[in-house]
Write a protein that binds this ligand. Structure first.
Ligand SMILES: [Fe+2]
Length: 424
């Protein structure tokens, strides 16, 4: 029967090998994938911890050559992505292994894309900022090994990048960018400072909450062709399963993981939650808090985050996302009241009697306080007169705003950002 509405959703996931000590299998996995000369992508901070070097030795033990690249930038820019892509081309590699956070994994995704199908990075960037060119065929094998528990980038089709000249963040998204295999090893997160665990964990919570509270896939118009089906499809029954579990784990384990870095059980569950939320939002998608996070991270570069390397000021991704979440979910409440209530209960790890539009914002504010998150947009270096620029930047993320559960107008974003200047 013909319908103007979408009737189909798709569910794809990266094969994941999970568990303490799993990173020892890196060489075995790359050999299985037929890789002979691999580019190892990491960032200087992670490299200094020695894990990438250890993993490189394991890979070499399988007879695979390793070309070491430790210049992935925390919060990659179009230029840093291009640098990694040029390096991959010069070194003629036939596979990739990323060891680090979302920045390293995303840099490897783009280096893989550009070295397989050479073109200026901008051609692949999502419209309207870039041209949205689609890769013509699959890419080289990419083994992703996360060392933080946040982005879930190992499970997604997206690479996020900063365009400093236009003060905007955007991304490249296509199913071919999804890593071929992931190894998620909780042992690798032990050395994370509490601030990093807080930011990445709150990012996990937002991925799952935004996905669970996105516009149902069947509310979108039916695409002209399968090629036009967006990577972010809106909530659907399978994505919901992953998002729900990630919220439950986030509510139960994030506080513990921040309070005690050696709490291996809590760290393990947060890592699992990050990957599970990645599977959920890789299918459903994220919307208002992530739309606002982009300009919060790129309009001003004045915030020097505690616990992170001090070579350049920036707003850690998870903290840039969480600050507008209470107001965003206050705004979306009336579109899906029962679902907001469910999210609040999962995060609170207990039933909430007498649900109201403020239940979820209240639970989020308490969680933020408990894991020492910044109190709002103002704490990240912004004043009232920056609000128009932030609203402008968030409005540019139409690809994300399109899957919010209700229409988001400029005035709504102004209200959300204003209310988020200080959450307490
Ligand atoms: Fe995120």
């Amino acid at each position: 029967m013909a319908s103007e509405h979408e009737t189909i959703f798709t569910m794809e996931a990266t094969p994941v090998k999970f568990g303490t000590g799993a990173s020892a299998d890196a060489g075995w996995e790359l050999a299985r994938l037929g890789v002979k000369r691999v580019m190892l992508v990491t960032d200087p901070r992670v490299a200094a911890l020695g894990q990438p070097e250890r993993i490189a030795r394991l890979i070499e033990a399988e007879g695979i050559e390793v070309v070491f690249y430790d210049r992935a930038r925390v919060e990659p820019t179009i230029d840093s992505m291009q640098d990694a892509a040029d390096f991959a081309l010069e070194n003629d590699v036939d596979g990739f292994v990323s060891v680090g956070g979302g920045s390293s994994m995303d840099t490897a995704k783009v280096a893989n894309l550009i070295s397989t199908h050479p073109a200026p990075v901008m051609e692949y960037v999502n419209p309207p900022i870039g041209e949205g060119k689609k890769p013509p065929s699959t890419l080289k094998p990419h083994l992703a090994i996360p060392t933080t528990s946040g982005t879930g980038s190992e499970a997604t089709t997206v690479a996020v990048l900063d365009l400093p000249d236009s003060k905007v963040k955007s991304g490249i998204s296509h199913r071919y960018l999804r890593p071929t295999q992931a190894i998620v090893d909780p042992d690798l997160t032990r050395s994370l400072p509490a601030e990093v665990t807080s930011s990445t964990g709150l990012d996990v919570v937002c991925h799952a909450a935004e996905s669970f509270l996105s516009k149902p896939f069947g509310a979108r118009p039916r695409p002209e062709s399968p090629d036009d089906r967006p990577p972010y499809q809106g909530s659907n029954p399978i994505a919901d399963v992953w998002s729900a579990k990630a919220l439950e784990f986030g509510g139960r384990y994030l506080r513990r993981a921040v309070a005690d870095g050696e709490d291996v059980e809590a760290r393990g569950f947060m890592m699992l939650a990050a990957t599970m939320a990645g599977v959920g939002f890789g299918s459903a998608g994220v919307h208002i808090p992530h739309s606002c996070a982009y300009p919060i991270a790129s309009v001003k570069h004045s915030y020097q985050p505690p616990g992170y390397p001090d070579d350049h000021p920036f707003v850690p991704h998870g903290h840039s996302v969480i600050v507008t979440a209470p107001a965003a979910f206050r705004f979306t409440y009336d579109a899906l009241p029962e679902r907001h209530h469910q999210v609040a209960e999962w995060l609170a790890s207990e039933p909430i009697g007498d649900p109201s539009p403020d239940s979820l914002p209240d639970v989020l504010r308490q969680l933020m306080k408990d894991v020492q998150a910044p109190s709002g947009v103002a704490a990240l270096g912004y004043a009232e007169d920056d609000i128009p620029a932030l609203v402008d930047g968030a409005m540019k993320q139409q690809r994300l705003l399109a899957i919010a559960p209700k229409e988001v107008r400029e005035d709504d974003l102004r209200h959300i950002i204003t209310a988020s200047m200080a959450n307490w």
